[in-house]
Structures are given as structure tokens and as C-alpha cells.
Write a protein that binds this ligand. Structure first.
Ligand code: NAI
Ligand SMILES: CCCCC/C=C\C=C\C(=O)C/C=C\C/C=C\CCCC(=O)O
Length: 271
């Protein structure tokens, strides 16, 4: 699988800093070519330069892009496709955690991920001239369980996880050549987790700052987990939950539930 990444072209959102930047580094180290979008032009250009110096400028390109702006996101993805020739791996990573800006957070964390997924789906699907590919969406530990500290954020991350695994279980996914995976990290040491206050996270004043700081995993841990996920031989339906001291992997697959599922079975056999 390591060898095949050398021929993989990647589009990733939110890559200027934090976890997205570390995923880019991991992919480039395995020989991939990457295009990344980010809303921040300064941090994006700096990351492009840093990664180009490390891995060669032909292998890295930054595009300024706000994933909540549908037409601009679509245009950026098309520019990425034109630049790379083909996108084999789409990573929808851009996200924020800010409960006081909850509508924006839903637009970014969920609508942005849906849009990025559908753009990649249309590009990759084998029945429309694509050659298949992988779509990895970034959820969170709180996409698997509830949190009173970040209820809206947790809702967006549940939505990302459910949306992604629902697509993984769809009839015809194999024929389309598509595979979907979800990464669910716990706290990691990035700006998103470091810059918490009562506007971003409810009741955070109840949590001692030094206690919170102790729970942050290094970004390298999430990079290792991300690389495991994208290099699985069979990734479709995979959910990787990354905790401080363990990684829990599970796989969602369609099962025949009997009487309630005949319509699904008919759709499956006719597409
Ligand atoms: N840091 C953590 O503890 C965890 C983070 N995550 C998720 O990982 C992803 C990355 O988070 P971090 O690296 O920690 O955050 P970060 O704040 O360090 O980086 C996020 C990146 O997304 C970009 N971005 C923000 N709004 C954007 C927009 N509208 N369009 C395009 N790019 C935009 C930012 O400019 C930044 O470069 C997020 O989806 C987050 O929810 C999940 C679990 C834990
Ligand atoms: C107390 C939570 C403060 C926020 C911590 C910073 C970043 C978190 C980013 C996430 O995506 C959340 C990931 C995992 C959540 C782990 C624990 C949640 C807290 C426990 C609880 O709500 O009871």
C-alpha cells in the first residue's frame, strides 16, 4: 500500500495549520502529490513554501478557499483536478469549534464536508468516467458520543460520521470504485483545542486549564492514525477513533436485516 501512495493525488481542506498540515506532511512523505485549500492565505502560503522546500514544489500547491462558499469551493476543487490531473483521495478536514458561532460552525463542519464529499463523488465515480477513489472525512471523539461542553460541535461531528458511513453502505458503492473512511480524533494539540474559552466551549471555566492541557495528544499521533486509515487495503466504512493511549477501529457494513430491507436489496441488484 505504501507504494501505491506514490501515485496518489490528494485534495485536502483546512491544510494551512494544525492536523490538516500534519496529514499533508504524512502523505507527502509517502510520495503523494497534494493540493490543499484553506481560508487563511498567509498561513496557507507559508505552509505551501515549507512543504515545497521539504518535498519539492511540484508536489504541493495551496489554493485559498472558503469551504462554506459553494461556488468558490467548487472552483478550487476543479483547479485542483486540473493541476493534479486526477484526485484519488479527498480529505474533508476543515473545521472549527465555536459554540457561539453555531450557524457558521454547522455550515463549515457539516455543509462544507457534504459539499466536498459530493464534489469528489462526482469526479471519482467510475460510471461517469472517473477511476474511483477514497474520501476521508474528519469527525471527532464527540462524533461518537455526547458532550455537554460542545453540543452543536458534537452534532456536526455526529452528522459527518453518519453521513460518511451511510454513503459507505450505499448500494453500488463498489461498482462506483468509491471508498469512504472517517477519522475521530480526541483532543489534539492545535489552535482549535488550545484556544478554548467560554464563547467557544460551554462551561469550560469548570475545567482547570492545566487539566485540559494534559489531555492534548501530539499532532504526530493523529498523523500516524490518519496514515493508517488512508493506507488500509479495504477502507470502505472504516471508523478510526484515536484516543490518547489506544486506537479503536470499527467498520460499518450493510447487513441484510430481513423483512424491512427488500427495497434495498432490489436497488442493489439493479444498479
Ligand atoms: N484539535 C483537536 O483536538 C481535534 C480536531 N478535530 C477536527 O480536525 C479538524 C482540524 O482541526 P485542527 O487542526 O485542530 O484545527 P486548526 O484550527 O488548527 O486548523 C483548522 C484549519 O482549517 C482552516 N479553516 C477554517 N475555516 C475554514 C474555511 N471556512 N474554509 C477552509 N479552511 C478553513 C483554518 O484556517 C485552519 O488552517 C477539524 O475538523 C476539527 O474539528 C477533531 C477532533 C479533535
Ligand atoms: C472539555 C472539552 C474542551 C474542548 C477540548 C478541545 C478540543 C476538542 C476537540 C474535539 O474534537 C473533541 C474531541 C474529543 C472530546 C473528548 C472529550 C470531551 C470532553 C468530555 C465531556 O464532554 O464530558
Amino acid at each position: 500500500m505504501t507504494e501505491t501512495l506514490k501515485t496518489k493525488n490528494v485534495f485536502l481542506t483546512g491544510g494551512a495549520q494544525g492536523l490538516g498540515k500534519s496529514y499533508l506532511d504524512g502523505l507527502l512523505a509517502k510520495g503523494a502529490r497534494v493540493v490543499f485549500g484553506d481560508i487563511d492565505p498567509t498561513a496557507g502560503a507559508a505552509t505551501e513554501q515549507e512543504l515545497a522546500e521539504k518535498y519539492g514544489k511540484d508536489n504541493v500547491r495551496f489554493l485559498q478557499c472558503d469551504v462554506t462558499d459553494g461556488s468558490k469551493f467548487e472552483a478550487a476543487f476543479q483547479t485542483g483536478v486540473d493541476h493534479l490531473g486526477y484526485v484519488d483521495l479527498m480529505v474533508n478536514n476543515a473545521g472549527i469549534m465555536n459554540e457561539s458561532m453555531w450557524e457558521k460552525m454547522i455550515q463549515l463542519n457539516y455543509t462544507g464536508v457534504v459539499r466536498g464529499t459530493l464534489l469528489a463523488y462526482e469526479h471519482m465515480r467510475k460510471d461517469k468516467g472517473g477511476r474511483g477513489g477514497r474520501i476521508v472525512n474528519i469527525s471527532s471523539g464527540v462524533g461518537l458520543y455526547e458532550s455537554p461542553y460542545v453540543p452543536v460541535y458534537s452534532g456536526t461531528k455526529h452528522a459527518v460520521r453518519a453521513f460518511t458511513t451511510s454513503l459507505a453502505m450505499a448500494p453500488g458503492v463498489n461498482q462506483l470504485g468509491l471508498e469512504y473512511g472517517v477519522l475521530c480524533p480526541e483532543h489534539a494539540d492545535t489552535d482549535l483545542a488550545r484556544k478554548v474559552d467560554d464563547t467557544r466551549v460551554r462551561h469550560i471555566h469548570l475545567v482547570p486549564h492545566e487539566e485540559l492541557a494534559k489531555t492534548l495528544s501530539p499532532v504526530e499521533r493523529m498523523q500516524t492514525a490518519f496514515m493508517k486509515l488512508v493506507q488500509l487495503d479495504d477502507m470502505n466504512g472504516a471508523i478510526l477513533h484515536v484516543l490518547h493511549d489506544q486506537m479503536n477501529f470499527c467498520k460499518m457494513e450493510r447487513v441484510n436485516l430481513g423483512e424491512n430491507w427488500p427495497m434495498m436489496e432490489k436497488a442493489s441488484s439493479s444498479d
